[in-house]
Design a binder for this molecule. Structure first.
Ligand SMILES: NC(=O)c1ccc[n+]([C@@H]2O[C@H](COP(=O)([O-])OP(=O)(O)OC[C@H]3O[C@@H](n4cnc5c(N)ncnc54)[C@H](O)[C@@H]3O)[C@@H](O)[C@H]2O)c1
Length: 339
């Protein structure tokens, strides 16, 4: 038995508010959970001890003040000011204000709640801030989970974390059944069935705040590179492939539509062409993976088996420390943790 998994979260947006709802809902249900138990732990074993944001409209409010339509055991958690080292994301620069803390104040607040993990789910494109959060987690004595596309894990950061008996996991969350995971699954299936993929693309359209923030060209390009490289792992040969967030369409809300097109060759060079669309909900799609990461990492920390970082990151993130085939990392993850 382990103690509760205590998490602090940076960023109270779509993903975090969905996670809060999920932790409440899964107190009494397992419907829709990918893994009801990981390392013997359920979602009842996860508790939120702190939330940080820099949107002045959220800082200082309790979760219960922001969601008057539902109550959870985390309704009394008050949002504290986080760090900010980048220009404000578009939703704040257009209509809001920033309220942030100094590095020392933040580390003190984080250390005070004795969190096992700081989960970084801040807006896309705030790379300096994400890196600073990874330093701050270390200084506060907690492990770090990076859902954003910022590059926070290097050999150096990993070694520093491990020297303190902590883990750093990431980068860039891979949704349970989102554009990238589905694309990788299709390429894996085609190559395993002896089909030669020639060309492919995946064009993503979304309507939430994060998609809007991703529209900045440098962020879009980086995300495109991460997704394209992540998909390339599945094939033993290279082919022309493009994958990325293509457009923001407000009317989609928290949904995302991924349009896929693939051309492949079979026996006698016969052509196989695929053209399809996948519609999913972004924030719910990420939460099953986050709760798996937290439980797997906690059991690894308790057992002082920090070498499992590679498997957890390959299973849950698009840009992990060690790249593995999607089938292989799910199998390795489940062999160790899903009991
Ligand atoms: N399935 C998924 O939803 C998924 C998958 C992969 C990656 N991600 C990543 O997770 C992150 C969160 O996604 P989201 O949909 O919740 O985004 P969101 O835009 O809804 O929420 C982000 C929140 O972070 C806050 N924030 C911005 N800067 C901050 C800072 N310096 N400190 C603390 N808080 C800050 C914003 O005010 C906002 O409340 C994004 O980077 C996204 O790319 C999500």
């Amino acid at each position: 038995m382990t103690d509760k998994i205590k998490i602090a979260i940076a960023g109270y947006g779509n993903v975090t508010s969905t996670l809060v709802k999920g932790l409440e809902f899964y107190k009494n249900s397992v419907e829709g959970l990918w893994h009801p138990k990981i390392g013997g732990l359920t979602l009842n074993d996860i508790t939120i001890v702190a939330i940080f944001d820099i949107d002045a409209a959220k800082v200082g409010k309790k979760i219960g003040d922001l969601h008057t339509d539902y109550k959870t055991s985390f309704s009394e958690v008050r949002i504290q000011p986080g760090l900010m080292l980048d220009p404000a994301p578009s939703h704040i620069s257009k209509n809001g204000q920033i309220k942030s803390a100094t590095y020392q104040e933040f580390v003190k607040s984080l250390a005070a709640v004795k969190a096992d993990f700081l989960v970084n789910v801040i807006s896309s494109g705030l790379d300096k801030t994400s890196e600073k959060y990874s330093e701050a987690a270390l200084d506060a004595g907690c492990s770090f989970v990076n859902a954003t596309s910022a590059k926070t894990i290097t050999d150096k950061t990993r070694k520093t974390y491990e020297s303190k008996g902590l883990m750093i996991l990431g980068d860039d969350l891979m949704s349970q059944f989102g554009g990238t995971a589905f694309h990788r699954g299709m390429i894996d299936f085609m190559t395993k069935r002896g089909i030669k993929v020639q060309k492919a693309y995946q064009l993503d359209v979304g309507g939430n705040q994060d998609t809007m923030n991703t529209m900045a060209e440098e962020i879009r390009e980086r995300k495109r590179n991460i997704k394209t490289e992540s998909i390339a792992i599945e094939s033993p040969y290279s082919f022309r492939s493009t994958a990325g967030t293509t457009e923001y369409a407000e009317q989609l809300g928290d949904s995302r539509v991924s349009y896929y097109w693939m051309e492949a060759k079979g026996f006698l060079g016969s052509t196989i062409e695929m053209d399809l669309a996948l519609k999913t909900s972004d924030s719910t799609n990420g939460c099953n993976v986050i709760v798996d990461v937290l439980r797997a990492a906690k059991t690894s920390l308790v057992k002082k088996d920090l070498g499992r970082t590679d498997i957890i990151s390959a299973y849950a993130f698009k840009n992990p420390t060690k790249k593995m085939h999607i089938r292989e990392c799910i199998k390795s993850f489940e062999d160790i943790f899903a009991n």
